[in-house]
Design a protein around this ligand. Structure first.
Ligand SMILES: C[S@@+](CC[C@H](N)C(=O)[O-])C[C@H]1O[C@@H](n2cnc3c(N)ncnc32)[C@H](O)[C@@H]1O
Length: 215
């Protein structure tokens, strides 16, 4: 991976973070905002189709994949800048018996996008906040979504921007090139809509906003 940000993600989301997140997922299930997005996807996804596909960008331990492979999608592709998260996601997929229905790709989605097929559903759960070039990431991911794209990203408020600055001071002290971004919500929304999508669901919860678009 050439981008410094992705190298920072590899360092930040290491084996110990991935192990902790996997244990938390096994114990508590998906996070509250992820449950909100999963519910919205299940309501909006075509109920008759049994062969839907998922592209989970920055899927972490794979919570969205594991949940949707149980009842909504037939197969999934997980693209992630973190080797450790991909390993944790594969371990859980093996435990749940759907390892052979997921394809794993390591790297920066923006760079890998030309070699990845479109999917019925695309998800980015807390990924936009990790990437500096929001228009490139949102444009590439929404161009890969045939029907639905779900995004969870920070609310665009003064206190979330302040929180982002404090996170970034910590990364600078730790000499990690990773940075946290609070992208303007209007610009994110416009970038998804530019690919022909309209908003189907929008809810705010604490630091995050959960949005589902369809076309
Ligand atoms: C904060 S974690 C969120 C993980 C998971 N989606 C969740 O909500 O628990 C951000 C994830 O996005 C990945 N990521 C960030 N930018 C990426 C990019 N450009 N391409 C692929 N993965 C990326 C990171 O490696 C990491 O797995």
């Amino acid at each position: 991976m050439s981008c410094p940000h992705c190298q920072g993600a590899e360092k930040l989301f290491d084996a110990s973070t991935a192990r902790g997140d996997l244990e938390s997922y096994r114990k508590n299930g998906p996070d509250k905002t992820t449950v909100m997005l999963l519910d919205a996807i299940r309501k909006a996804a075509s109920p008759k189709s049994t062969d839907q596909t998922l592209l989970d960008i920055g899927g972490g331990v794979g919570a969205i994949q594991h949940e949707l492979l149980a009842d909504t999608v037939q197969s999934a592709v997980h693209v992630d800048a973190s080797t450790a998260y991909l390993g944790a996601s594969q371990e859980e997929a093996g435990k749940r018996g759907h390892r052979d229905r997921v394809t794993y790709m390591h790297g920066n989605f923006v760079e890998l996008a030309p070699e990845i097929e479109s999917a019925d559903i695309v998800t980015l759960d807390r990924v936009l906040c990790c990437y500096p070039d929001m228009p490139a990431l949102v444009t590439a991911s929404s161009a890969h979504a045939k029907h639905l794209i779900g995004v969870i990203y920070p609310r665009d408020t003064w206190w979330s921007r302040l929180g982002g600055k404090l996170f970034n001071m910590w990364f600078i002290i730790r000499r990690n090139p990773f940075r946290f971004f609070v992208h303007p919500a209007g610009a994110v929304d416009a970038a998804v809509r530019a690919n022909g999508f309209t908003q189907r669901y929008h809810q705010e919860s604490g630091f995050w906003q959960v949005v589902l678009y369809g076309r």
